[in-house]
Write a protein that binds this ligand. Structure first.
Ligand code: ADP
Ligand code: MG
Length: 312
């Protein structure tokens, strides 16, 4: 029901950035090589994600808006073998229940256009057969004004969107991403697979050039990536990105170790720009499967923090 979808939406779709995350992850799951994101008014007016992925067949397109209809988990054990980013089949129905959503999609032959308002499909017609999917989310939370009250300033909501797009771009260097907000291009990556190029697409060519490649290893971990010199810093930790086996993670202790690696060379309140990829045996990671979190627990974390600090 629409109500159940709205309740689920409270979990999955907290803010504009969560919509961007879900839509872009779907595009990645659909094997896209190019994902273009356009946002207006920090996402509240409009969020559009255009991909060149597999698309959805016309006969399956309405199902994509039905909750759990698409869940890929058939067995508890599947939780440990998840390859795709989506596995709950509730993002699209949740988003559709709190916005005006248009989906144009094609697997390459016929094209489909579905318009969904407040959780109900209002039209399903034919469209151009361009392979891939375009999803437009307009008037987000327009029908649940209470949610709007929980949002932060447009600048903060926008920075959360950029953060999500940037970390997905870092995790998928082979996918070309672009992010445009109110006509201004904020990120553009090439999809050529090179981490320094992704950094250039996010932080600018000048910054990327000034970053230093680092690498270190011990018997359990290899860390490699790029860090800024102590003179190139920012006033926030937000410019430190950690990847674990190529996937973006949050881990306060590891960020702290990276900062500690600079010793006394950083001025108070200043933080480096850094992208660090940690390679390790996946059995040593405990990934919290909460839908929206990237928190992970790592066994032998003290060993890893020491390696990071020393490598930096
Ligand atoms: P989930 O990603 O958890 O499966 P979603 O609600 O996010 O659930 O999406 C529902 C389904 O719609 C997906 O499983 C997928 O089959 C289809 N889908 C959504 N977005 C796209 C896309 N951009 N390209 C192709 N298929 C998509
Ligand atoms: Mg999904």
């Amino acid at each position: 029901s629409v109500l159940a979808d709205q309740i689920a939406a409270g979990e999955v779709v907290e803010r504009p950035a969560s919509v961007v995350k879900e839509l872009v992850e779907n595009a990645i799951d659909a094997n896209s090589t190019q994902i273009d994101i356009t946002v207006e008014e920090a996402g509240l007016k409009r969020i559009m994600v255009v991909d060149d992925g597999d698309g959805i067949a016309d006969e399956d397109a309405e199902m994509a808006f039905k909750r759990h209809a698409t869940s890929k988990i058939t067995d508890r054990r599947d939780l440990f073998r998840i390859k795709s980013l989506g596995f709950r089949g509730e993002a699209l129905p949740s988003i559709a229940s709190v916005a005006d959503v248009t989906m144009a999609t094609s697997t390459g032959d016929v094209g489909t256009l579905i318009h969904n308002v407040g959780g109900k499909i209002v039209t399903h017609t034919a469209a151009a057969a361009r392979k891939g999917t375009t999803i437009t989310v307009a008037d987000l939370f327009g029908n649940v004004p209470a949610r709007l009250k929980y949002l932060k300033s447009p600048a903060t909501e926008l920075s959360r969107i950029t953060d999500i797009v940037n970390r997905l771009a870092l995790s998928y260097p082979n996918v070309a991403f672009s992010l445009v907000h109110d006509g201004r291009e904020l990120t553009r990556t090439t999809g050529r697979g090179d981490l320094r190029q992704v950094i250039a697409g996010i932080y600018g060519v000048q910054t990327a050039r000034k970053m230093v490649a680092i690498q270190g290893k011990n018997p359990d971990f290899t860390v490699r990536g790029f860090v800024s010199l102590p003179e190139l810093t920012r006033a926030s930790r937000q410019y430190i990105s950690l990847l674990l086996n190529g996937r973006y993670i949050h881990n306060f202790q590891l960020s702290k170790a990276l900062i500690a690696g600079y010793g006394s060379k950083l001025m108070v309140g200043r933080y480096p720009i850094a992208v660090l990829d940690i390679q390790m045996d996946p059995v040593l990671v405990d990934v919290n499967v909460h839908p929206t979190k990237q928190e992970v627990r790592i066994s032998q974390e003290p060993e890893l923090t020491q390696l990071i600090q020393e490598t930096v």
